[in-house]
Ligand binder design. Structure first.
Ligand code: URA
Length: 233
């Protein structure tokens, strides 16, 4: 009798499945998800132009909620306009507000490390947030702020048309999935946002406080790589 497969062996399990040409069996799906498709309706250049237009015409100068009063910069998001994978956080923090870029503070460094560990670069993926302006004191964005901002994110997702989304933390996962289920219960299982597979996982800020849970986020990220048919490092 062989040893039972433990969680730490997950990478090898995935390698085995991939070697067998099996790409979908081990995934836990909490909702109907569409198969990843390499079909691109728009070229990367066209998507980039559409994102630019969205920013210039609809988001720049936005005063749609009370967060606009306290911001230094709108944090639109950044990355590859035709990314296959999007990471969606909660809202900008202090560093992000100062620089106008997502995930550039301590939590951002952790996210960057995860992306690199996956064999990718920040420029390969697209990183955005549920709210584009910083809530004061880094509090969670409130219902009215999320409602005001979510149409912009939906348009970004529509343009980028990623094959998978990693929802970082409670606010992101609950907003995208329209649920109040705890992140500790949501993580690790695919759900879907408008037909796009969403893998909820812990927020990097939580992982800075609870480094022991980094391995769970790593397992979640490996499921996403497998879904995308990418080689695990
Ligand atoms: N936390 C987030 O959720 N988003 C950022 O961009 C930075 C920190």
């Amino acid at each position: 009798m062989g040893e039972p497969v433990s969680k730490v062996d997950i990478k090898h399990v995935f390698e085995f499945y991939r070697a067998m040409g099996i790409l979908e069996v081990p995934l836990k799906a909490g909702a109907e998800i569409k198969r990843p498709s390499k079909k691109q309706e728009l070229s990367a250049g066209e998507k980039g132009a559409a994102l630019e237009k969205l920013f210039r015409e609809e988001i720049e100068g936005c005063t749609g909620c009370k967060l606009s009063a306290g911001r230094t910069n709108i944090v639109f998001g950044e990355g590859n306009p035709s990314a296959r994978l999007m990471f969606i956080g909660e809202a900008p923090g202090g560093e992000e507000d100062k620089l106008g870029r997502p995930f550039v503070g301590r939590a951002g460094q952790l996210l960057t490390n995860l992306i690199i560990k996956l064999g990718l670069k920040r420029e390969d993926v697209f990183i955005a947030n549920i709210a584009k302006c910083r809530p004061e004191g880094n509090r969670d964005p409130e219902e009215d702020e999320i409602s005001a901002c979510i149409p912009f994110l939906k348009k970004q997702i529509g343009i980028i048309s990623p094959e998978a989304i990693m929802a970082l933390g409670r606010v992101s996962a609950q907003t995208l999935l329209g649920t109040t289920v705890q992140i500790s219960r949501l993580r690790g299982t695919f759900s879907s946002f408008e037909g796009i597979p969403v893998m909820p996982t812990f927020h990097p800020s939580y992982l800075l406080r609870n480094p022991g849970d980094k391995k769970l986020t790593w397992e979640d990220a490996l499921q996403v790589l497998l879904l995308l048919g990418m080689k695990a490092p």
